[in-house]
Design a protein around this ligand. Structure first.
Ligand SMILES: Cc1cc2nc3c(=O)[nH]c(=O)nc-3n(C[C@H](O)[C@H](O)[C@H](O)COP(=O)(O)OP(=O)(O)OC[C@H]3O[C@@H](n4cnc5c(N)ncnc54)[C@H](O)[C@@H]3O)c2cc1C
Length: 442
């Protein structure tokens, strides 16, 4: 099977690259072994919330110079501010075409999103159904907030969130209430507690009669509130539309928050991207896994997968975006860390005692989170210090940044994925032009 570009990994980095390539007319395939980190994510796009030294960041792009001086090897430092901005602008516009509206604050500052624990996390782009709490005046415009769950749903505990919210000085004048609303069909669903997850609830709420009954019950339980916070229990594709309908039925302003996995807010992004890629003519080999590759003269020539172990996939250019430890893009033994497909060069490894901070909730980054594949300024990895000219790397597999501590996970994944796509498109155009010139001469 021959392609212009082959992408290893179906997370936000791989899919961003694949969609951009397919938009430019490149014959593109994605191999995705399993679920991506989006199934666990808030569905908001973090760009940069903290510098490596721990300083909080209010406006991500104005912190790029300082980031470069603190961390010259950071993926953003390799890309620069303009390329990162271009990638995020493209992503926002592309997702809008897919019906997923992601917005930032008008002044380009980060905003806060409320977590299921009733704490806040800084982020840059959020879906339209997520309330953007301003960084400076968090409770602005809010006199009363209701945190509501479905009676019997285990993956969101509003009382816990309410207790934490009430502790914040900014919320001292805000009335915080909680409620557990009944859901039609709950009795039948409760027979098997394993099936009573956000995704099961979303199937029930897709039925308009049941949504109306839920709306009625919501009004009865909540009474009056400036903001009603609900767990994300609304469908992947039509979730935002269902919430708009519910807002119309109740008159409430509703804010979704992510639940324990599966996180419908994140899955919504992944499904929109996958559908868009397929509509552009892209191929996804879902559930398949790249096992190895063959190299000749400093180039990756072909790769073999679990399901195609004797029929290689061949491409002009390849991207590896197989994620971090979490997605098995990297694996750790007691004293070693490796990238398991090609054995790419990794960051130097300190003694195991220095892989993590002594305390889990430490004030500094856990060093293992910055471990990963090292690349040159073109995002090309190497094997035994030899760069591979047609292989690129993007997303959580990259070294020298901490997506959790710095709050930059999806931002790095999107911008590096997009940046690699631009390189692949340019290379493809050069090859086509070269072939045309040769034909003309002949
Ligand atoms: C629990 C959690 C919550 C997070 N929440 C947020 C958030 O709210 N906002 C935010 O901005 N960032 C968040 N992040 C960070 C961010 O989601 C990640 O940095 C980003 O999604 C990484 O994307 P990726 O495409 O690089 O990797 P991943 O999403 O990990 O995708 C890697 C893909 O590669 C596939 N793969 C692995 N090996 C192979 C192989 N051999 N062959 C084929 N496929 C393979 C995997 O199955 C997977 O599909 C979160 C991260 C985690 C872990």
């Amino acid at each position: 099977m021959k392609f212009d570009s082959v992408i290893i990994g179906g997370g936000v980095a791989g899919l961003s690259c694949a969609i951009r390539c397919a938009e430019a007319g490149l014959k593109t395939a994605v191999i995705a072994a399993g679920q991506s980190a989006l199934h666990f994510s808030s569905g908001s796009i973090d760009v940069l919330s903290r510098l490596p030294d721990g300083q909080p960041v209010a406006n991500p792009f104005s912190a790029f110079d300082e980031l470069k001086s603190q961390s010259p090897e950071h993926p953003y430092s390799k890309l620069g501010e303009k390329a990162t901005r271009d990638a995020l602008d493209w992503y926002q516009a592309m997702m809008e075409k897919c019906g997923v509206y992601l917005t930032a604050q008008e002044d380009e500052a980060n905003h806060l999103r409320v977590t299921p624990m009733g704490t806040f996390r800084s982020t840059w782009l959020s879906q339209q159904t997520v309330h953007q709490f301003p960084l400076k005046d968090v409770a602005k415009g809010l006199n009363s907030v209701a945190l509501v769950t479905i009676d019997g749903f285990r993956d969101f505990q509003p009382k816990l969130s309410a207790d934490n919210l009430a502790k914040l000085p900014q919320f001292k004048d805000v009335t915080i209430t909680t409620a557990a609303v009944d859901l039609p069909d709950f009795e039948t669903m409760q027979r098997n507690p394993c099936e009573f997850r956000s995704i099961d609830l979303s199937r029930v709420l897709r039925d308009e009669t049941k949504l109306c009954a839920f709306a009625k019950s919501l009004i009865q339980h909540v009474g009056k509130a400036d903001l009603v916070i609900l767990p994300s229990i609304f469908g992947n594709g039509d979730g935002a539309a269902t919430i708009k309908l519910l807002e119309g039925l109740t008159g409430f302003k509703i804010c979704e928050i992510p639940t324990m996995p599966p996180s419908l807010l994140g899955i919504r992004l992944e499904e929109a991207m996958k559908s868009h890629f397929k509509a552009l003519g892209g191929l996804i080999l879902a559930g398949d896994e790249v096992k190895r590759g063959e190299f000749e003269d400093g180039e990756l020539k072909r790769i073999y997968t679990k399901h195609h172990h004797d029929m290689p996939l061949v491409a002009d250019n390849y991207l590896i975006a197989s994620g971090s430890f979490f997605s098995r893009g990297m694996s750790a033994q007691r004293h070693a860390i490796e990238e398991p497909i090609f054995g790419l060069d990794m960051t130097d490894l300190p003694h195991r005692d220095h892989w993590y901070q002594p305390e889990f909730f430490a004030k500094q980054s856990h060093p293992f989170l910055k471990m990963g594949v090292t690349c040159n300024s073109q995002l090309q990895p190497s094997i035994n210090n030899q760069s591979i000219s047609n292989l690129y790397c993007a997303g959580a597999l990259l070294a020298h940044y901490d997506p959790v501590f710095e709050g930059c996970g999806s931002g790095v994944a999107i911008s590096t994925g997009y940046h690699v796509a631009e390189k692949m498109i340019k290379a493809q155009h050069q090859t086509t032009e070269h072939a045309q010139q040769e034909r003309t001469i002949a």
